[in-house]
Design a protein around this ligand. Structure first.
Ligand SMILES: Nc1ncnc2c1ncn2[C@@H]1O[C@H](COP(=O)(O)OP(=O)(O)OP(=O)(O)O)[C@@H](O)[C@H]1O
Ligand SMILES: O=C(O)c1ccc[n+]([C@@H]2O[C@H](COP(=O)([O-])O)[C@@H](O)[C@H]2O)c1
Length: 222
């Protein structure tokens, strides 16, 4: 007699990572991570601050301070975790290195998803060894207002080849791209930095504890 459980689709443990400069972390990031975790049912969602962002000028605020603000923001939120492994590596922070390290640590029998806004996906062909990324993880992409799915080019081809569902992500450890429409809060770290630099208030855009940290350490003042 056949085993009925053999007909069930495979279901792996699912880990999601949401990487960013987080300079500073704000409610847009936090809501995006929490909503993704709840809506897609990831077992774990980690926020991953980058050390020396590969593709932009080095932030004036240290990686340690950006990490500390993230830790403050996550206090009292057991749904989201901090993963500060990128801070331990010198040189430019490349996602491919992080994912290779995670694979070495966790093995092949776990589904890993790297989450990003659509703006980040459009820049993917500029990422270091970008073609390797889908051999190490899935990508979960959240559409952002003002940004449109490409109709042609490398990213459009990538989407067509790897497009998948949450069932695919649970059933495979790597290789799918899930695109999700989600309402994002219209908040940006650039906007917050410029408010503070011009002496205005950034209250209600980011957690109070993070704002206090910014005030105590006099960050982002012009
Ligand atoms: N308001 C937002 N809601 C959801 N996701 C966001 C929001 N802003 C940025 N993201 C996403 O968060 C990730 C990290 O972004 P980042 O740390 O650069 O934040 P940012 O606010 O865009 O910063 P900056 O204004 O300095 O570029 C990226 O994948 C980006 O698409
Ligand atoms: O690996 C790369 O080449 C690469 C290039 C650009 C961005 N990333 C990653 O994408 C995430 C979002 O980056 P950012 O700068 O928009 O906050 C963050 O985890 C970065 O390390 C990675």
């Amino acid at each position: 007699m056949s085993n009925p459980s053999s007909a069930l689709p495979r279901s792996l443990k699912t880990l999601a990572l949401f990487g960013g400069t987080f300079n500073p972390v704000h409610f847009g990031h936090l809501r995006m991570a929490l909503e993704l975790k709840e809506a897609l049912g990831f077992d774990e969602m980690r926020l991953l601050p980058s050390h020396q962002p590969a593709h932009r000028a080095e932030p004036r605020v240290s990686a340690q301070a950006r990490r500390d603000m993230l830790a403050l923001a996550l206090e009292g939120c057991p749904e989201l975790a901090l993963d500060d492994r990128e801070l331990a590596r010198d040189g430019p922070t490349y996602t491919v290195d992080t994912l290779e390290g995670l694979r070495e640590e966790l093995g092949e029998e776990i589904s890993i998803s790297f989450c990003m806004g659509l703006d980040s996906l459009l820049g993917l062909p500029g990422w270091h060894r970008w073609e390797r990324l889908l051999e190490l993880a899935h990508l979960v992409v959240v559409t952002r207002p003002g940004w449109h799915m490409p109709r042609d080019g490398e990213v459009a081809e990538l989407l067509a080849r790897h497009c998948g569902t949450m069932d695919d992500i649970r059933g495979h450890s790597v290789g799918r791209i899930l695109v999700r429409e989600q309402t994002l809060l219209p908040i940006s770290a650039t906007g917050i930095r410029s408010l503070i630099a011009s002496g205005r208030s950034a209250q209600f855009l980011l957690p109070e504890r993070v704002l206090n940290y910014i005030q105590i350490h006099q960050l982002y003042r012009s």
